[in-house]
Design a protein around this ligand. Structure first.
Ligand SMILES: Cc1ncc(COP(=O)(O)O)c(C=O)c1O
Length: 396
């Protein structure tokens, strides 16, 4: 039999470690184990009814054909209006593209900008997909370790990593996995620094709506025009409207960059699903109370979870300011046998059937990511089991 050999490009790509956690947990569950899954970055809420109804209507009205590759004019307008309501900045139709989720947006953005040999700055911890796409595009990820500053990215940290090869900086605030946000003034300084050197910035704002008081959402769309020319905003309806399976994301930025993204998309997936586009219009323009409800619930879970984690001997967790993840340090619990965050995550799964994601998946060793996009009851059960495991590690 002839052996299948994938392209060199694919041999360099790792499969998504967050999805791996999901698969491991699922495999255990199939054997009848009571698994507590704190792995997925997916809202446990249902898509709001008004959004679902819009999709039903789209099918009934046979809105089931190809649309323009960048999305319908109506959806693009809804995205621009949404951004205008949030930030007071108007983007035009040629400055927006809708894609099959934020993931496709980010893929399009990176692949259309960077060349072989370029460097792309990625603050760590980072969302797993960023470096994989950068490597796929033939560029080199250059990491900025934010751990020494409690995961807060600063312009100074960025400045230290700039070289003549730097082409792009990726920022993600609120951050997955740390939950930290970049404060408004620092955000502006970072972009000013990049723009001053002709470096582009990809601002992944998929958790934009999920910030906890006193923190407020900040979008790069609020930056002055001369800075916005260097920024591409990536957004997603996945988390904001509990629409992960619908696959709708979008990008906003200068029209030349967007045009290249449309070209690429037209030859890969074409348009995002016509039905999901109708649902997305309803999500963006219809009643918005589901966001408030979800945010309030995430807020309650955050209060409980962070204080409960900090009461467990050996764990230390900074307060996330946004998103729905806790990122506690497990450094005090590592020993001769459990040496890494991956060992620790495996130990939790084997001993207590609790699934979490190791920090190494996000480029930061010595931490685990716990998602609180799950019910308070499940969180409490999970925390009890984690506490027992930590106790065993310290005293057995
Ligand atoms: C930081 C970040 N960006 C982008 C995405 C992409 O989400 P989607 O492709 O569902 O829009 C995710 C999903 O987990 C994420 O955590």
């Amino acid at each position: 039999m002839i052996q299948f050999t994938p392209s060199k490009r694919m041999t360099q790509m790792q499969s998504s470690s967050t999805l791996e956690v999901l698969q491991k947990a699922e495999a255990l569950r199939r054997t009848g184990k009571d698994v507590i899954d704190l792995g997925p970055g997916e809202p446990d809420f249902n898509t709001p009814d008004n959004v679902k109804q819009a999709a039903h209507r789209a099918i009934d009205e046979n809105f089931t054909r190809y649309t323009p590759a960048a999305g319908t004019a109506e959806l693009k307008q809804a995205i621009c209006e949404y951004l205008f309501r949030q930030t007071g900045t108007r983007y035009s139709s040629s400055e927006v593209i809708a894609s099959a989720g934020g993931k496709q947006t980010i893929f399009n953005a990176i692949v259309t900008l960077v060349d072989i040999g370029d460097e792309v700055l990625i603050p760590s911890p980072y969302w797993v997909t960023f470096p994989e796409v950068v490597i796929f595009a033939g560029a080199t990820p250059v990491y900025i370790d934010t751990e020494p500053n409690a995961f807060k990215l600063t312009a100074e940290m960025v400045a230290e990593k700039l070289t003549p090869k730097t082409r792009l900086l990726i920022i993600n605030s609120p951050n997955n996995p740390s939950g930290r946000i970049i404060d408004k003034t620092e955000f502006e300084q970072i972009v000013r620094l990049a723009a001053g050197r002709g470096i582009y910035v990809l601002s992944d704002e998929c958790y934009y709506k999920f910030t906890y008081p006193p923190h407020e959402p900040f979008s790069a769309a609020s930056l002055p025009e001369e800075l916005r020319r260097y920024v591409l905003i990536s957004g997603s309806l996945s988390k904001t409207y509990a629409m992960t399976g619908w696959r709708i994301g979008y990008a906003l930025g200068r029209s030349e960059w967007i045009a290249e993204m449309v070209k690429l998309q037209s030859h890969s997936t074409s348009n995002p699903t016509s039905i999901a586009q109708k649902a997305a219009i309803e999500a963006l323009t219809g009643q918005q109370d589901s966001i408030e409800m979800m945010l309030a619930e995430y807020g309650r879970r955050r209060e409980y979870l962070i204080s409960a984690l900090n009461q467990i001997e050996g764990l230390e967790c900074v307060l996330p300011e946004g998103a729905f993840y806790a990122f506690p340090s497990i450094k005090n619990l590592l020993n001769g046998k459990i040496k890494t965050s991956a060992d620790f995550a495996q130990y939790l799964l084997d001993e207590a059937y609790v699934a979490v994601t190791p920090g190494s998946a996000f480029g930061t060793e010595g931490y685990i990511r716990i998602s609180y996009a799950t019910s308070l009851e499940t969180l409490k059960k999970g925390v009890e089991r984690i506490a027992e495991c930590c106790h065993k590690l310290l005293y057995q």
